[in-house]
Design a protein around this ligand. Structure first.
Ligand code: LLP
Length: 429
């Protein structure tokens, strides 16, 4: 199996950077997420460099939902990244990590007035998802004596090749405002006293492996930018969203690199804005493609069982990584303590959760596996920990960051005490 550049096999053990995963698991316990800091930095830089080779100004906003760990946000803040934040929590995390407020976009399809207040108070640009939100933010800004800086999220009505649950720009999607309604939305914004429309935003979906949908989205956005310029909107940024996929099936999937993305999309963008005589900043919001392959999820084999299929029962389930159960997602599996052994049997990797769907990987050719072995689930850095839960009263896993010879927890494992920390007993019990 081909591995990302920061992964290697030495003496039969899987290494993340300089670190033997077998030793990390022994020291920190399992399940354990292990993230390579340099890999995250490298992927961020690939984006920044590829886009700035075509245009300036460019701002990469990391989609914090992919993994909002404060340490990762700090790493990316240090690189100059901004963030797409989708909740007050993500907003707060990004600010505490030291991100520049002017490099944040507060997104969301259902924001409360309190959410809007938090954003306006901190002068965060807000992507509005409905005309109702425009009315609400105008009132919120008036009460604060401020002017809200806003964009509208366009629904570009693009049917992109990805899992239906993560195609966000379909005409039927809950996100965004239909193209036809966009001019009226901006006209209304221009009439508001406490709102200034400064940008336009879209996001067409996630885990997209083809370039054409991104090019098409750029065409749509440039067309809309033209309509807005004619209305008198001064566009400070055009945000093309995130969505570039990664090759989860190693050696099978082919994902465009950030450079290929930039080479395909930027000519459309650059020519488009030049023709319009404007020079807005280009914003993009990649999440998965920055962090997914930086991280493995280490999980210990509790038992094996030959039944209808051969099951390998491990200590991480969809409580730690829900993507396979939720989207039928594929993640490569490596037997981390015998990573160079030949495949011997077809195994299904099952978690400890009381659900038949709690399978991390189905029908994979793996070396002989027995109790005590260590499996690594690859490409678990995006929407892995971030979507984990305490289902079945299982504490969430620790997250370890490695850089060169250093390694440190960026989140400790939860304990049973953490599980009950927010409980209270009604007084009559
Ligand atoms: N910007 C917006 C407005 C988004 O809604 C998203 C993802 C992104 C950026 C980042 O997209 P990315 O570059 O990561 O594809 N939990 C799913 C993915 C959900 C994505 C939702 N929106 C999964 O595990 O595949």
């Amino acid at each position: 199996m081909n591995l990302s550049p920061h992964l290697s096999v030495r003496g039969g053990h899987l290494y993340v950077g300089e670190h033997d995963t077998v030793r990390l698991a022994a020291e920190f316990g399992t399940p354990l997420y292990v993230t390579d800091e340099e890999r995250v930095r490298a992927r961020y830089r690939e984006y920044r460099d590829a886009l700035t080779a075509h245009y300036d100004p460019v701002q990469v906003l990391y989609a914090a939902k992919a993994n909002g760990n404060p340490a990762l946000l700090r790493v990316l803040a240090g690189e100059g990244a901004g963030a797409d934040v989708f909740s007050p929590g993500e907003l707060e995390l990004a600010l505490r990590a030291g991100m520049d407020p002017s490099r944040l976009l507060f997104n969301g399809s259902s924001k409360s007035r309190e959410d809007l207040r938090l954003a306006v108070e901190r002068r965060i640009r807000v992507s509005l998802d409905s005309p109702d939100e425009l009315d609400a933010i105008d009132q919120v800004a008036e009460a604060l004596g401020q002017t809200a800086l806003v964009a509208f999220r366009v629904n570009p009505a693009l049917d992109v090749p990805t899992h239906p649950k993560i195609a966000t720009g379909l005409a039927s999607s809950k996100f965004g405002i239909p193209h036809a309604a966009i001019p009226d939305a901006y006209r209304a914004a221009l009439r508001k006293e406490h709102v200034r429309p400064v940008g336009i935003h879209c996001h067409i979906g996630s885990q997209i492996l083809a370039l054409e949908p991104f090019v098409e989205a750029a065409r749509v956005m440039v067309r809309i930018a033209g309509e807005l310029v004619r209305l008198g909107v001064e566009l400070e940024f055009i945000d093309l969203g995130g969505g570039l996929g990664i090759p989860y099936r190693h050696g099978v999937d082919r994902a465009p690199s950030p450079r290929e993305y930039a080479d395909a999309v930027m000519p459309v963008f650059v020519d488009g804005v030049r023709e319009l005589g404007i020079r807005p900043a280009l914003w993009v919001e990649p999440g998965r493609s920055i962090v997914a392959d930086s991280t493995v999820l280490l999980t210990r084999v509790n038992s094996t069982k030959d039944a209808d299929r051969r099951f390998v029962n491990v200590d991480a389930g969809f409580n730690q990584l829900i993507r396979p159960a939720m989207y039928g997602a594929y993640h490569e599996v490596v037997v981390a303590n015998r990573a160079d052994a030949p495949a011997e049997s077809t195994c299904t990797v099952a978690g400890p959760i009381c659900e038949s769907g709690d399978l991390l990987a189905e029908d994979r050719a793996l070396p002989a596996v027995r109790e005590g072995d260590l499996l690594a689930i690859l490409d678990a850095g995006a929407y892995g920990f971030a979507m984990s839960s305490q289902y079945n009263a299982r504490p969430r896993a620790a997250e370890l960051l490695v850089r060169g010879p250093d390694r440190a927890l960026m989140r400790r494992a939860e304990t049973i005490d953490d599980l009950v920390a927010t409980h209270s007993m009604p007084p009559w019990l």
